[in-house]
Design a protein around this ligand. Structure first.
Ligand code: FES
Length: 162
């Protein structure tokens, strides 16, 4: 344990060792193991993949194959808050493009990126299942209805004030 910070290589290795112990090391445990890693780190660090491969029957190729096949897995770090703008048909027609543009401008990032301070990740997603409320934005899973450019920016402003 180097004690530098959470997420350093030795923290990752130690955590992964515990997960392997708990979940198992056989090939069919690839998904549960990756889920455990993501649950802990909010994404799957490459060091975790390397460590799992060195300690189990799974290869890095197999693990990357699983991690890239399933959309639930992330290979890049995410912000503390994940802002998802729905770009399904109903939301697209109702102005989702403008909502994303306004959020990109306010946060200084592009769609799919995370702010430098690690606070926010912005991403476009397919239909969130509440099309009558379009355009829809989800902030850490909380749905905001009929969002426009102005109210999208307010969602960020409110969080900054809190
Ligand atoms: S298209 Fe956006 S919620 Fe369905």
């Amino acid at each position: 344990m180097c004690g530098v910070n959470m997420g350093c290589v030795c923290d990752i290795k130690k955590s992964v060792d515990e997960m392997i112990e708990r979940v198992g090391s056989s090939v069919e445990m690839a998904i549960p193991l990756l889920q455990a890693v993501q649950s802990k780190f909010r994404y799957i660090p490459k060091e975790a993949i390397e460590h799992i491969a060195s300690k189990t029957e799974m290869t890095e190729t197999k693990l990357y194959g699983v991690a890239t096949f399933y959309s639930q897995f992330r290979l890049e770090p995410v912000g503390e808050t994940i802002i998802r703008v729905c770009h399904g048909t109903a939301c697209h027609v109702a102005g989702a493009e403008g909502v994303t543009e306004a959020l990109e401008k306010r946060m200084g990032i592009k769609d799919g990126e995370t702010t430098a301070d690690g606070k926010y990740t912005l991403e476009s997603v397919a239909c969130l299942g509440c099309c009558s409320l379009a355009p829809v934005v989800s902030v850490d899973g909380e749905i905001h209805a009929k969002v426009d450019r102005g109210s999208a920016v307010e969602l960020i402003e409110e969080r900054e004030k809190a």
